[in-house]
Ligand binder design. Structure first.
Ligand code: ZN
Length: 317
């Protein structure tokens, strides 16, 4: 036995049962009317196409499956392949390219590309609670990646895409966002909205953190310009946690996702945030991580356009 021999990766009925057990932990809920008391499974008619997991709601007399209202809707892809794709993306530290998914899952490249973006959407946390509640340490740093469209390539970082990341040290959670610039007007409101006032902010000496830093209980600075990576006076003053996050993020973005437009970068960032915030060191194994991603499939349908300008509705296998 291996993880990959789980029945829900190979048997469509088992895949539906598994997804239902995660999304409907207390039994099926009708997505049309919210009813849950008079729901019956519809026995497949052997003479017709089998619709797995089909249910009938006695309250509103409509039919539904667990796909409805999730990223799984409007895709002809079998649930087994969805689960395989989610597992692959959740268990690979640096991510999985659409090319790899296309070869492994034996789908078209286009399908694999959409699948990956929909799964990234499922990984996107809706969590808005501020970091550093109760006075914990929050490390903040920025990194540069790829190319900002329409900016001339010069020395420095102006022409690169900019990602700002916050790491709440104590629960070990990461939250990243793509920012247009590193001005006070951009950084200040992000820090104010995402970090609790009682928190202790930890950054390098970049000037865009100085003024926003005054809004928190503490702001400790490590002087990277002076070759200081851990403060000599206080060894808890460093930004090594967020830099550790960036080392995985950048290796993944360079090695696996070689081309990434600004439009999609926030989804890739969400994918790395998700794996980091649900990592082995926090007691989350690959299967548990995949199950947590599955919980996020609800209400996250994407409406982006394909690279060739077509629409997503044409997604098949
Ligand atoms: Zn109903």
């Amino acid at each position: 036995m291996s993880v990959l021999s789980k029945q829900y990766f190979h048997d469509e009925a088992a895949a539906f049962e598994f997804v239902e057990s995660i999304l409907w932990p207390t039994g099926p809920v009708c997505p049309h009317c919210g009813g849950f008391e008079r729901i019956n499974a519809i026995k497949p008619n052997p003479e017709k196409r089998v619709r797995f997991g089909l249910k009938h709601c006695g309250q509103c007399r409509q039919q539904f499956t667990v796909r409805m209202g999730t990223i799984f809707e409007e895709s002809k892809l079998p649930m087994t392949k969805w689960l395989q794709a989610i597992f692959l993306m959740c268990s690979s530290k640096k991510g999985v390219s659409a090319h790899q998914l296309h070869r492994t899952l034996e789908t078209t490249y286009k399908t694999a590309w959409f699948l990956a973006h929909r799964i990234r959407e499922a990984m996107r946390s809706g969590e808005l609670a501020p970091f550093g509640q109760g006075g914990g340490g929050v490390e903040v740093d920025e990194t540069f990646i790829g190319f900002e469209p329409g900016k001339p390539v010069r020395r420095g970082y102006q022409h690169k895409l900019k990602v700002l990341t916050l790491v709440d040290r104590d629960p070990g959670q990461a939250r990243s966002m793509v920012v247009d610039d590193l001005s006070l007007a951009t950084i200040g409101p992000i820090l104010a909205a995402n970090i609790a006032k009682e928190a202790r902010l930890l950054t390098d000496e970049a000037h865009h953190y100085i003024t926003p830093g005054r809004g928190f209980a503490g702001h400790d600075v490590v002087r990277h310009g002076a070759d200081e990576y851990v403060s000599r006076e206080d060894p808890t003053v460093h930004t090594n946690t967020v830099e550790g996050f960036y080392s995985i993020f950048k290796r993944g973005m360079r090695g696996v996702y070689q081309h990434c437009s600004k439009k999609h970068l926030h989804r890739y960032a969400a994918e790395f945030d998700f794996r980091y915030s649900n990592r082995v060191a926090l007691g989350v194994d690959d299967q548990e991580r995949a199950t947590r991603a599955l919980v996020g499939v609800v209400g996250k349908r994407l409406t982006c356009r394909r690279p060739d300008g077509g629409t997503e509705a044409a997604l098949g296998t």
